[in-house]
Write a protein of this length. Sequence first.
Lengths: 342, 342
Amino acid sequence: MKKAVTIRDIAREAGVSSATVSRFLNRTGYVDQQTGARISEVVERFHYRPSRIAQSLKTKMSRNLVLVVPDIQNPFYSSMADKIQNLLLREGYTVTLFDSGADFQRELTCLGLAESIGADGILFASVWARQTILNELAKIGVPVVMINSYGACPFDSVHGVRSQSTYLATRHLIELGHREIAFAGGTPETAIAQSRKNGYLKAMKEAGLPVRQEYVFEMGFDSESGRKCGTYFSALTQLPTAICCANDLIALGVLQTLLERGFRVPQDVSLTGVDNIEYSDLCSPTLTSVINDSGEFARLAVSALLERLRGSYEGEPREFLIPRRLVKRASTAQPQRKERQE
Amino acid sequence: MKKAVTIRDIAREAGVSSATVSRFLNRTGYVDQQTGARISEVVERFHYRPSRIAQSLKTKMSRNLVLVVPDIQNPFYSSMADKIQNLLLREGYTVTLFDSGADFQRELTCLGLAESIGADGILFASVWARQTILNELAKIGVPVVMINSYGACPFDSVHGVRSQSTYLATRHLIELGHREIAFAGGTPETAIAQSRKNGYLKAMKEAGLPVRQEYVFEMGFDSESGRKCGTYFSALTQLPTAICCANDLIALGVLQTLLERGFRVPQDVSLTGVDNIEYSDLCSPTLTSVINDSGEFARLAVSALLERLRGSYEGEPREFLIPRRLVKRASTAQPQRKERQE
DNA sequence: TACAGATGCGAAAACGGTTACACAGAAGTA
DNA sequence: TACTTCTGTGTAACCGTTTTCGCATCTGTA
């Protein structure tokens, strides 16, 4: 039902052996000009394409890599996925993309799949980079690059400077004069949520500002969570003057909810996000954010993986840090409401 | 360097033949309780996973499908991709995702790749569904479902009702009282851009409204194009009172540019998009749009493809039409400026 | 002339599974 | 009892490549 034409068909038609065809196609070993031309012609005429599957079986190289992301609908990841795919395609690799839904079990499932489809390597943006996961990865035995999974691991990894994003955002808010700064966090217990929260806490602590229990709200990393978050904060008797969000999607959700409720941004409350996704510059007010350069993530992750695949680097696990930079936009301003009276 | 443990290792260890192991693993043919348990144990102990590659070679089924989209960063497609992937994973299929960048040559490249990796089927959101492409698809010889590629084709296809989206949007604007309605189109010459433009033209014609040359601007389907578009329109001596955009990304770009230039939306100009992406409800003013249910696209496309794969449907190509629905939001209102004086 | 190396090619053995076929014993049935 | 059918298993061929040998020629050089 599928392909009918094999290398042997080509060989027969061209009057040579399949070995010669193979050698010609892969430019490995000698083959006569004439013969080559003949093969070439037959290949063309038969619309022959060698079966990657058979090749993989023989060479134990599938030239297929697996990329696992927690949420392909998050623009940071879709943009990164896009760039990774382009970079790898150029090197002759295809990419099988899995969306783990930020779920621990599904992350494991994805790894199982990665193993059975015979991926040559794995790019893993894991939010649950626990021991179980790391063990599983080790068992598979192919090169791995961890993306955005904070925490020690025996693989190459690329991520932003730990806690820097929310730290920068919170510092910015503090410098503007805010004292009542809330935090809208991501999926609790994940390393990345932890890291983002720590950045906020660190900045607050450094400034000698207290962190009020009710000013920390943690849900998920999507805009829906942001909405819930916005609902929660706007229901407080005392609205914070600023909210530092763990990423832009959350911030957008918060932003919308606040506007719906009649609050003004940034007059009533300032807002910051992280990732600098396209939409943080398309909403209004535009969103102050922290650049998380998905292209840079892609480039570093891919080049690290390629080096491992080629064997051009075989040393200790490397850690690639990507510096962030704050982008001030319209959603942050000096606090205009009176400080709350105690 | 990669996997070492094969089915024969398991067989030897369990004291049976590889045939029995295979039968047990695939629940095909009889195998004794005891024997099964023994195999199971060995499989576990050796952390054995059958090689999908070898399986594919033998069965001529890779259980891998290819999905080609024009722009994975477009939320409509990333959302659709996500849903498609989930649906197919449940059926035991993995999906390899390609981003064609809405480029004709790359669409061809993707098909070539799909063929060589031995995809069992193809879900193809093609913007260039021309004869060359259709021929190539036919040559591959696996089931194909075309997504959003208007125009006759010999494969199952799923798309919105032709021209309906922008037609609904334009009608809405007309009903609000607009007469000077501009159109911000997508990549010219693509079938989908054509279709969207036709919807606009049709509504205008029906209402007896003239379409002014300078009120039609066509670029691409992304927000950057939208920005260019916004710049263009705002430079006109006479701004239209409404702009119908070919999708939400364009609309968001237009929206931002207009706001930057000091125009008010919808007071100075009303704006509509298509797709109803998440962000059309997160920006402000929220964007009037036309629902393009990516989940419905995913479901229909997947079920059509599965039927073909299983052979449970083998008849003529089917065309699945997905109806749209307008979502009125804050970006559209009655025109408030005086009609232009001629 | 003789020999080493380069060139061109084919036979056949893998790679790791699936499956058609064969066979034997157990169970059911007439 | 004699037959069929059902169970349970092994042998071996095969899927479409790559690749190791080995064997010819051909070329250049001493």
